[in-house]
Design a protein around this ligand. Structure first.
Ligand code: ATP
Length: 268
């Protein structure tokens, strides 16, 4: 469904992505992991048209999209739920959800989609008129995901959906993503917690300094010695925890994790 071929992106002289190939099949759940600054956010931005690649092609459902405007890319069925949620603090929950449907004209279907979202997220239903600036981090993440869903995407891209959330809330967010996936949408998820990403995805790509260094079935990557060393401190991946030896985290240059399956730092 989505296919990136030899994508390269730069910010001035900084090369953020080089020769990247990536595929997401219809209904597939794909994770993208890598250390801070590896280029994960840039990859999602290249797909959604926010940072157009200067080289290579992005095809979605057989169509070249690398030169399209972001709004047109949303219209084709790709929704991008950005890092740190990008909310307007003074707008209400309901107003954010309406913004997600700005490209649609089917008013009745928009209303029923919103009703369905409120059934899925009863917490948001209770807070539909509340300003988003006063919501908790987890609630804001739910609004950001809901806003993305209002465009009726066939591919939902999520950038660090668990960033800054308590473990229990992370689980709720992941459960939500899995439910969206179970309903048929393809997922491309960047995740700070490699353990979370690899446990839930079908396949995964490991990005290092702007290049893909490994890819394959997520369960295989979870058992991969280099990945274990980089993200789990060489310890067992079953508990999502390692021994925390950051000096072990160098073998494929993935950057130091925290030994608990999290990448170094708090970025995305
Ligand atoms: P993190 O996990 O820390 O968010 P990331 O893997 O998402 O990192 P990107 O945000 O894609 O990485 O950044 C890739 C590289 O591009 C980094 O070296 C970063 O400093 C650089 N970069 C990103 N955005 C810009 C920008 N607007 N201007 C200049 N350089 C940028």
């Amino acid at each position: 469904m989505l296919s990136l071929e030899r994508i390269a992106c730069r910010y001035g002289r900084i090369m953020a992505l080089r020769d990247v190939d990536l595929e997401v099949g219809a209904g597939e759940f794909v994770a993208l992991v890598g250390a801070n600054g590896a280029g994960k956010t840039t990859m999602l931005r290249a797909i959604s048209g926010l940072t157009p690649p200067y080289q290579g092609s992005v095809r979605f459902k057989g169509r070249a999209i690398e030169r399209l405007a972001p709004a047109d890319i949303v219209g084709l069925g790709i929704a991008h739920c950005p890092e740190e949620r990008k909310m307007w603090p003074r707008l209400s929950v309901q107003e954010h959800l309406r913004l997600g449907a700005y490209g649609r004209r089917d008013r009745a279907a928009i209303a029923s989609d919103m009703d369905r979202l409120f059934e899925t997220f009863p917490r948001l239903a209770e807070r539909r008129r509340q300003r988003c600036g006063t919501l908790s981090g987890g609630e804001q993440q739910m609004v950001a995901i809901g806003r993305a869903l209002m465009s009726r995407p066939s591919l939902l891209m999520l950038d660090e959906p668990s960033l800054g959330l308590a473990p229990l809330v992370v689980q709720q967010v992941i459960d939500t993503v899995r439910a969206i996936h179970a309903q048929g949408a393809a997922i491309l998820m960047v995740e700070q917690s490699a353990a979370v990403a690899l446990q839930h995805a079908d396949r995964a790509y490991v990005l290092e300094s702007g290049a893909i260094v490994k890819h394959g079935p997520a369960r295989e990557l979870l058992q991969d010695e280099d990945v274990k060393r980089a993200y789990f401190g060489g310890g067992s991946t079953k508990s999502g925890g390692g021994d925390g030896h950051e000096e072990d985290c160098t073998s494929i240059g993935l950057g130091a994790g925290d030994g608990a399956g999290n990448l170094g730092g708090a970025g995305g």
